[in-house]
Design a protein around this ligand. Structure first.
Ligand code: CMP
Length: 139
């Protein structure tokens, strides 16, 4: 299996509730390498750019408001099959449907306030990592 990188975000609901440490523990236990990590707050335009693929969805306005409501922690994670593994570690988008023991099942409170984001495919992962990190930060 190939070594991959994926973008992970700890969202404002989780950072605001002091859950970053607990979520990082899941990341370490799942044996991801954290290639790059930083904390930042998005502007509305930056959040709209990141979620541009969802622009026509009814939840777009609420989502971009939520994602600008506080600090995020963004990471480039690396391991074999990282994209699928991070999605498995997070669990389903809707915490109510996520598997037991996953981050979203344990900490998520709604389909929007689901604590974490992960890239859904190799092409998206490249674009999303590049949205937040420069080449030098990824060496
Ligand atoms: P994320 O994996 O970051 O991708 C898009 C986000 O939109 C998703 O997690 C949720 O936080 C949010 N969202 C809000 N409502 C929905 C919905 N009905 N379906 C999918 N995603 C939703």
């Amino acid at each position: 299996m190939a070594i991959e990188r994926t973008l992970a975000i700890i969202k404002p609901d989780a950072v605001g509730r002091g859950l970053a440490g607990d979520i990082l523990k899941h990341i370490h236990e799942a044996k991801f390498k954290i290639v790059a990590i930083k904390s930042l707050r998005l502007t509305k335009a930056e959040a709209e750019g990141f979620y541009a693929v969802h622009r026509e969805r009814p939840f777009f306005k609420d989502l971009t408001e939520f994602m600008t409501s506080g600090k995020l922690i963004v990471m480039a994670l690396e391991c074999e099959n990282a994209i699928a593994r991070w999605r498995d570690t997070m669990g389903a988008t809707d915490p109510a449907k996520a598997a037991h023991g996953t981050i979203r099942k344990t900490f998520g409170t709604s389909i929007q306030n689901n604590c974490t984001h992960g890239s859904d495919a190799a092409e998206t992962a490249r674009a999303e990592i590049g949205y937040f990190f420069s080449g030098m930060e990824l060496v």
